[in-house]
Design a protein around this ligand. Sequence first.
Ligand SMILES: Nc1nc2c(ncn2[C@@H]2O[C@H](COP(=O)(O)OP(=O)(O)OP(=O)(O)O)[C@@H](O)[C@H]2O)c(=O)[nH]1
Ligand SMILES: [Mg+2]
Length: 397
Amino acid sequence: MPSLPPPGDSKPALNRAVSIVVPTFREAENIPVLAERIEAALSGRGGEWELVLVDDDSRDGSEVVVEDLSQRLPVRMEVRRDPPRDLSLSVLRGIALSRFDRVVVMDADLSHPPERIPDLVRALDGDCDMAVGSRYAPGGRIDRGWGLWRHLNSFGATLLARPLTACSDPMSGFFALDRRVLPDLARLRPVGYKIGLELMVRGRLRVTEVPIGFSDRARGTSKMNLRQQMNYLRHLKRLYLHRFGGLARVLSFGAVGASGFVIDLAFYLGLQALGLEHRLARFLSFWPAVSWNWWLNRRVTFDDRPWQTPVRQWVRFVIASSVGLGVNVGGYLVLTGFVAVFARHPLLAFFLGIALGGAFNFLISTLYVYRWHSASKGDSGRDSSARPDPGSPRSEH
Ligand SMILES: Nc1nc2c(ncn2[C@@H]2O[C@H](COP(=O)(O)OP(=O)(O)OP(=O)(O)O)[C@@H](O)[C@H]2O)c(=O)[nH]1
Ligand SMILES: [Mg+2]
C-alpha cells in the first residue's frame, strides 16, 4: 500500500508513483506471490503504486484471486473477453489503463525480480526514455538450468535485433518508461511477444539498462512455442521494414537463403552418414533446403503478399531456384572462362556467381513467386491482409 516517503527524500510524490502492468494468461498460482513481492519491494520506497493485470480470459480462478488480493493491496484486473488473445495488446491496454505515467511492464511468472522495480524506475530520472531489465548487461544473470540450445536460441534472437537497437537484451519483457514519451499506441503493430522491442524501435526511445537476475518460471505453464518464435521473425521483419525500408526484404531473403544453406549442408552430410552415395545425398538435400526457403519466405519475407495455393507457389519457387542456381554456376563458368582476372582468382567468381544467382532469385521471387497480384482465377482476391493469420496469436484463442 502507499506509504510515507522516507525522511529527507525531496522527489515530488507523483514522480515516484508507478503503475506495474502485467499481462496474464492462466497465472492464478503466480499472482499472489507476485503481488506480495511487489508490495515488499515498494513499501519502504514512498510514492503510490498499483498493479494492473490484463488477463486474456484465463478462467482459472485468477479473477477470484485478484478480488481477494484487492482487499488489502492496490491490485486490479482487466479481463479481455473478446479474442484475439494477445500479450502485446494486453500490455498496451494496461499502459492505457494505468493511473500513473510511470509504468513498469513485467511478466507474472516471477522470472523478473520485483525487487528490481525501484532501480528501473529510478533509472528513468537519468537521461533516458526507457529502462530495460537486462540479463546480459554487466552484473545480469540467467538461471543455471539453461541448456546449450536455449542459450543459442536467445543469442541468435538477440543478434537478429542488433541492427535495430543497441540494447543488450532487446527481447526483455521487464522495462520501465514514462508513457508520455510513447508514440500513439493505436499506431503500433506488434506481432507476438516482444512489445518492449516494438516500443523502443518505433518510439525511437533512448534506452538504459539495469542488470537483473532472470529466473525460470517455477509455476504454471509456458505460453512460448514455435509459433511465437515465427512471430518474432515476422515482427523483426516489420521493424526492419520500418527502419530500413525495402532493404529489409533483401536482408530477410538473404538470411532465409543462409538458413537454407545450413539445412542443405546438414542433409548432405547426414544422408552420407546414413550410408548414401554423395551424389545421391547432394540431389536429395536440395529438396528440404528449397522447401524450407520457400516456406520461410512465404511466412516472413513476403508475409504481406497475397495468399497463393501452397503447392503451385512451391513449384514456382523450385523452378526459380533451379534457374537461379543455373545463373550462379553459369556466371561462374563464364567469368572464369572469359575474364582474365576471374580466371586468376576463381574464388572471386565463386562469390560473384552466388551474388548474381541470389539477385536473380530475389527478383523472380518478388515479381513472380510471391507477387502482389495473382494471375490465376482461384487465387485472386485472397489477400493475406484480409484473412486471419494462422501464425498469429490472434487465432490462438
Ligand atoms: N494477456 C495475455 N498474457 C499472456 C499471453 N500469453 C502469455 N501471457 C503472459 O505474458 C507473460 C509471459 O509469458 P510466458 O509464458 O512466461 O512466456 P515466456 O516468458 O516467453 O516463456 P517461459 O517463461 O519460458 O514460460 C506471462 O505473464 C504470461 O501470463 C496472452 O496471450 N495474453
Ligand atoms: Mg516467462
